[in-house]
Design a protein around this ligand. Structure first.
Ligand SMILES: [Zn+2]
Ligand SMILES: [Zn+2]
Length: 287
């Protein structure tokens, strides 16, 4: 199929084009119409958050040179996975694969909030005191590696077409940058847009210091899983401008803004608060 061949033959330029294109547009938009004032200077944020992104790309490349597409190629060679087993039109297999992969990313995101040891890794994403386009790719290296292993497992079970893997990664990368951006969208546009994609206002709720708000809106791309499974929350209680972003117990720049501290966060202190076995209940919560 022509489209599929085009994507696979131009994988690198497509990936880089979308990354730099979307990053550039969102970064510019943040200057023109910012949603909130930043706590930390943009220079420090870009240097350290993008430094982590660079480090992660390097580690992934060294550990898994063939990446997710290589795993999809391997699955198809072995005849493993659903879509290498059943005959489905390519467009059905591509659409279904993108949706299923997105569901597993959502499920993984719920899991890293629920399991205390994994929350230690995921804290690095949440410890950011601000919320902007560079937050979108700010994940601890170990979480990125874990993420890739989970994606490999899903690919082995699903047997997606190669083009679906590339499209999924490109789209997820683009939507993650979009919905972490510190941008102001007209309210009506946001209301309609969040029916099909996670918007910045929707995902910002997830970056609140309030436990119940953090434990909602786990989607990075499709907004439906949160609505379907009961974790959707429309707006933050404090309002988007006044709400506090980050983790209550990590407020110092040393941990939140500088790369060495960010890399050390998983190994610091006790896991606080809201992880799966330490939920707090208040009187009056009973149904
Ligand atoms: Zn999270
Ligand atoms: Zn996020």
């Amino acid at each position: 199929m022509a489209f599929s061949d085009f994507v696979l033959n131009n994988e690198l330029p497509i990936r880089l084009g979308f990354f730099f294109g979307v990053f550039g547009v969102m970064a510019l938009w943040e200057v023109v119409a910012p949603r909130r004032a930043l706590q930390t200077s943009k220079g420090v944020r870009w240097l350290n958050n993008l430094g982590l992104v660079f480090l992660n790309s390097l580690v992934l490349r060294l550990l898994f040179p063939a990446a997710a597409v290589g795993m999809a190629l391997f699955a198809s060679g072995q005849g493993w996975g659903l879509f290498n087993y059943i005959e489905a039109p390519l467009w059905v297999a591509v659409l279904a694969s993108v949706v299923v992969l997105d569901f597993f990313i959502w499920l993984q995101h719920v899991m890293v909030h629920a399991v205390p040891a994994l929350w230690r890794l995921h804290r690095v994403h949440h410890a950011d005191l601000d919320f902007d386009v560079t937050t979108g790719a700010r994940f601890h290296t170990l979480e990125i590696v874990l993420s890739m292993l989970i994606k490999f497992a899903v690919i082995l079970l699903l047997g997606p077409p190669l083009v679906a893997v590339v499209l999924f990664e490109v789209v997820l990368n683009a939507t993650a940058m979009f919905n972490h951006s510190n941008v102001r969208l007209p309210q009506t546009l946001d209301r309609y847009l969040r029916l099909i994609v996670v918007t910045p206002d929707m995902h910002r709720v997830h970056h609140s210091v309030e436990d119940d708000e953090t434990n909602s809106n786990f989607g990075f791309n499709l907004p439906w899983w949160d609505r379907l499974f009961g974790t959707y929350r429309a707006q933050p209680r404090g309002g988007h401008e006044a709400m506090t972003i980050g983790i209550r117990t990590f407020r110092a720049d040393k941990w939140c803004s500088w790369l060495p501290g960010m890399l050390a966060i998983p190994f610091v202190g006790k896991v606080q608060g809201y992880a799966i076995n330490r939920r707090e209940w208040q009187q009056g919560d009973e149904q």
